[in-house]
Write a new protein. Structure first.
Length: 123
């Protein structure tokens, strides 16, 4: 059995609310929904603009913390989300021209794959 203090440190280091009793209690659906919504709002236009992505391109952002994939399309005025996939057990198939980004636990975006989260389809 793992040390219960480890769970409290994990929550603090990832910006999550402290667990009441990390060894026995499970977060309610409402708490999970709130955490997921706040994570997806962490992807801002400024964060996406740091990557050289042309207008009309598709961007797939994999959120490591929530294990969600968010699909964006870049237009002249910004970015529009057009699809979201919930927790993934299988790799996410992306087209050859799609841009793959990964959001880590701290909300930072990096270009590329995270431990095999993406699989490029053949062209």
């Amino acid at each position: 059995m793992q040390n219960p203090e480890h769970f409290g440190l994990f929550h603090q280091s990832h910006g999550l609310p402290p667990a009441k009793n990390a060894t026995t209690e499970i977060a309610s659906r409402e708490e999970i929904s709130t955490m997921t919504k706040s994570r997806s709002s962490a992807i801002t236009k400024e964060k996406l603009d740091q990557f050289p992505i042309p207008v009309g391109a598709c961007i797939v952002v994999y959120d490591v913390a929530s294990r969600k994939a968010l699909f964006y399309r870049k237009n002249k005025s910004g970015y529009k989300i057009f699809h979201a996939r919930n927790k993934r057990a299988q790799p996410i198939s992306i087209r050859p021209g799609d841009y793959a980004l990964t959001m880590d636990f701290d909300g930072n975006l990096t270009a590329g794959d995270w431990k095999g989260a993406f699989v490029r389809l053949p062209s």
